[in-house]
Design a protein around this ligand. Structure first.
Ligand code: PLP
Length: 480
């Protein structure tokens, strides 16, 4: 019999070295062989290339279109980071190699990348330790609130309530509920978490409150200026403070959440750190904690010995793994490349330009839309559709101009909400085009009531019923 597969080289995968297809075919038992050749369509290579290129052009993508989404933004997606993550030495590694006796030398580079990323994230956030395992923001939140529950348990007490502001991202209450908490809404006052409301809840239910999940700047793009008072209230009740760091662009190099009094933070590497959000993944939602929560982190963790050799170490008191292996290794590599490429000074510039761009856009849009909150914003801001118009219709009309829809109807506390985050990397020209497009759309809607409900008119599909589409998937489309 012919040898067709050479033994696999660790980390490289198997490859074909020799073999005669005819002869190999004859080794298949007669009863299992096909009696007729496969009836496959014949296409020329060029027809196939043109077909898929045509389809790809029907897509919106960050490489072709402006994405003014707020909150879950398609932030910067630098090509050099993609290059780093696709180096063959990383791509070819098998995740089990790290535990295989005798293969330690094969994975030193990969483990050092994980180790360094953790140290950088600690420096950026002011936390003492990180787990890189969680595979998304929501997975990080679940990990974070599970750590908070485990912390209270380790002190012999059961705390059942998680406080969540009414402006929070929807994943916050979902993650807390999934981890077994009862969720209690904290009302906002002028778009900010009201410290008096927090104090009131704590004075009544303090012994049941595990902690508060905050987003700061919050989803309205406002800095939570009452933070010091809120930290003090929570400290008095010995409750923990969680930071939803999905969108860190406004505070990179400006503020460390550990210094501000937060005990737990999750970051979305697939928003702030070089990987775009959307398209269904992969994501990465590392969780950082202060020293008192570190013994509970998911294991195993990467440690560096005195001899400089990296190894994996189990954590005896760990809440257990929350994802296979070390999470989304490729996304982590992109974050590491991004952080190293920008350096400390570059990260500060990210925060400054993200904030500058958002404020420029906010000021210009004040003449077109209703902008309800604040004089200054952080990395994003919310606006409302002008009286009588719907945010959904405006978003659809933007698609006809080659602009992706902004985030709409979130946060829930803003009427006909259109949220925008221009990010630090968009040019003034692009931001001006966005304002001009919106102004023109609002103007035309005022003159012709039929204009907005008809949009979009230039796309292959117009207004699909998204609920039905999700419930009854039809994965083929008649393009005729
Ligand atoms: C995106 C986002 C999340 C959730 O992250 P996923 O990776 O989508 O699970 C949580 N909080 C905020 C504020 C976000 O913007």
């Amino acid at each position: 019999m012919n040898t067709i597969f050479e033994d696999s080289v660790p980390g490289r995968g198997a490859h074909i070295v020799e073999g005669d297809p005819e002869a190999v075919g004859k080794t298949i038992p007669e009863s299992l062989r096909r009696s007729a050749p496969a009836d496959l369509p014949q296409c020329s290579e060029l027809d196939v290339v043109r077909h898929f290129t045509r389809l790809s052009r029907r897509n919106f993508s960050v490489d072709a279109n402006f994405y003014p989404l707020g909150s879950c933004t398609m932030k910067y997606n630098p090509k050099f980071a993609e290059h780093v993550a696709s180096l063959p030495g990383f791509l070819g590694l098998h995740p089990h190699l790290a535990e295989l006796p005798g293969f330690g030398a094969w994975v030193q580079g990969a483990l050092s990348c994980l180790f360094d990323t953790e140290r950088y994230l600690c420096e950026i956030t002011g936390m003492d330790a990180f787990t890189l395992q969680p595979m998304a923001g929501a997975n990080g939140e679940f990990t974070g609130v599970s750590l908070m529950a485990a912390y209270h348990r380790s002190l012999g007490r059961r705390r059942t309530i998680m406080l969540i502001p009414d402006s929070a991202h929807g994943t916050n209450p979902a993650s807390a509920a999934l981890a077994g908490f009862d969720v209690l809404d904290v009302p906002s006052e002028g778009g900010l978490v009201d410290p008096e409301a927090v104090a009131r809840i704590l004075s009544e239910r303090g012994e049941d409150v595990a902690g508060l999940m905050m987003t700061c700047p919050n989803t309205l793009g406002l800095m939570e200026t009452h933070l010091p008072a809120i930290v003090e209230e929570l400290r008095k009740a010995d409750a923990l403070l969680y930071y939803d760091g999905a969108n860190m662009n406004a505070i990179l190099g400006k503020m460390r959440v550990g210094d501000a009094g937060f005990d737990v933070v999750h970051l979305n590497l697939h928003k702030t750190f070089g990987t775009p959000h959307g398209g269904g993944g992969p994501g990465s939602g590392p969780v950082g904690v202060t020293a008192r929560l570190a013994p509970l982190l998911p294991g195993p963790r990467v440690v560096k010995g005195n001899d400089g050799v990296y190894a994996l170490e189990e954590i005896p008191g760990s809440i257990g793994p929350v994802a296979p292996f070390h999470g989304s290794f490729g996304v982590i590599l992109k974050a590491l490349a991004y952080i190293m490429r920008l350096g400390g000074e570059g990260l500060v510039r990210v925060a400054e330009y993200a904030t500058l761009n958002a404020n420029y856009l906010k000021k210009r849009l004040e003449t077109v839309l209703d902008v309800p909150y604040g004089d200054l914003c952080a990395h994003e801001f919310v606006a409302s559709a002008p009286e009588g118009l719907h945010a959904l219709d405006i978003a659809k009309a933007l698609l006809d101009r080659g602009i992706h829809a902004p985030t709409i109807y979130f946060p829930l506390i803003v009427k006909e909400c259109l949220m925008a985050e221009p990010t630090e990397t968009e040019s003034k020209q692009t931001l001006d085009e966005y304002v001009d497009a919106l102004a023109d759309i609002v103007d035309r809607a005022g003159k012709d009531p039929a204009f907005l409900p008809a949009a979009p008119t230039t796309l292959p599909v117009s207004r699909p019923d998204e609920t039905t589409a999700a419930r009854h998937l039809r994965l083929t489309l008649d393009m005729a």
